[in-house]
Each structure stands twice: as C-alpha cells, then as structure tokens.
Ligand binder design. Structure first.
Ligand code: CU
Length: 229
C-alpha cells in the first residue's frame, strides 16, 4: 500500500548541492522510509527475480525475508502436504512456518518409505501405502531433505521458516511476497541446487511505503529439479 508523503518530507524538495547528494538522499530515504509508515498499516510487495549462474530464471528457489533484529509473530500453517505421485514427491520444494503439521499421502500403488535425517526434522515413515495416520510436525526452522528408502531418485526439500514473509519462485524465476511491513530485513534466497555447505545468498532489504523489486543470482551446479531428458 502506498501512502502519500507530506510535501515537507518529500525528497524532491531536498537541495541538490552535488552529485554525491543523490547517494546521500538515497541513504536518507532508506533511513526514514520505515518511519513514515505506521507499523502494520504500511506494507509493500517485495518482488524477487532469481537467476542461476548463467543468468537464466531459476524456478523453485526459496525467498525469505527476515527481520534484522528480533522476531516476528509467526503462526503455523493449519496443514501442508508432500504427496508421492508417480514415484516423485509433489511438491519437490515446500516452505512451511515452524509448527506446521505436514502430511505425506502416498498416491501411488507402490509403497514408499519416507525419511529425513536432517537436524531440522529427523523422522521416518516406514514402508506404507495410503495416508499415514498422523502428519509429521515440523517445529524447528531449517531445511529438511526428504528421501525414500525404496526409490533413490525421490528427493524433496521442506524449508521451515520462522518469518511470515516468504515465497517460492515460479516458472519465470519470480517470487512475490505480499504485505511485508515496513522495516529493516535480510533478504535470503536458497535453492536445492546449491552445494550442501551453502546457505544461499543474503542481502539487506529496507521496506518502506513503496513496492520493491530485487534480484538475486545463485551459482548452482547440477540442478536436482531440472526436467529429466
Ligand atoms: Cu518410494
């Protein structure tokens, strides 16, 4: 939502003494923009365009917007699911808020044995068909890598977050995060194709009255989500 700025505060009326003033005015704007808004009443859309190392749009990258300091109130999702269909996980990449129960319905006629040994969530659903009686609670932020003991080609990722502002890039490599309240944040971007040791990219993000467009480039290697030939 855009809010009209009183003329007295408008940067158009700031004097321009030198070329360096453009930079100075930019810094001033970033500093005061959050102050011109009134808490949750002021929010913007943050659009992030993610590309791979070759500059191509990168789908299924996870975008997180985390406050520089403190924590934001986050509610668990009522439910989420990662199905198994045609011997693949669907979806391959999910984002859920901490405390969300995730169901793992098996929609194949073969049985699956779903597991994760990640510190974020260590669990195992031993060889089963149909829908397990209980969902799995993902209560700790981090990345859980899922596999199947029977089908080695099956892999999926559940990113558990403790911020309400997140998204996943679409087929064009674009993620839109709506209603981000004014403030100072870190914009993080991650993709399963990154090396295991990488947390992805991080850049500062200041949200004020205006919508924001950002870009991120990830140096990924073999993309595990690329369509199979
Ligand atoms: Cu399986």
């Amino acid at each position: 939502m855009n809010r009209a700025i009183p003329a007295a505060f408008s940067l158009r009326f700031l004097p321009s003494f030198s070329v360096s003033h453009a930079r100075w005015r930019g810094r001033l704007w970033r500093a005061i923009a959050p102050l011109l808004c009134c808490g949750s009443a002021c929010a913007g859309v943050v659009t992030v365009a993610v590309t791979d190392g070759a500059g191509k749009p990168l789908p299924q990258a996870v975008v997180l917007i985390e406050p520089i300091s403190g924590k934001l109130a986050v509610q668990p999702l009522p439910s989420a699911q990662v199905a198994q269909f045609k011997r693949q996980f669907v979806p391959r990449v999910s984002v859920v808020t901490a405390g969300t129960p995730v169901a793992f319905p098996n929609q194949d006629t073969v049985r699956h044995h779903v597991y994760s040994f990640s510190p974020t969530k260590n669990f195992e659903l031993k060889l089963y068909a149909g829908v397990p009686s209980q969902p799995v609670l993902f209560d700790k932020a981090g990345i859980a890598v899922l596999g199947c003991n029977i089908h080695d080609q099956m892999a999926a990722w559940i990113v558990v977050v403790d911020t309400p502002f997140y998204g996943v890039t679409d087929a064009e490599g674009i993620a839109r995060v709506n209603a981000v309240t004014a403030g100072s944040y870190r914009l993080k971007v991650w993709h399963p194709g990154l090396p295991d040791t990488s947390d992805g990219t991080s850049q500062p993000l200041t949200v004020g009255a205006a919508n924001i467009e950002k870009a991120a480039r990830l140096e990924i290697g073999a993309n595990p989500l690329a369509p199979q030939p």
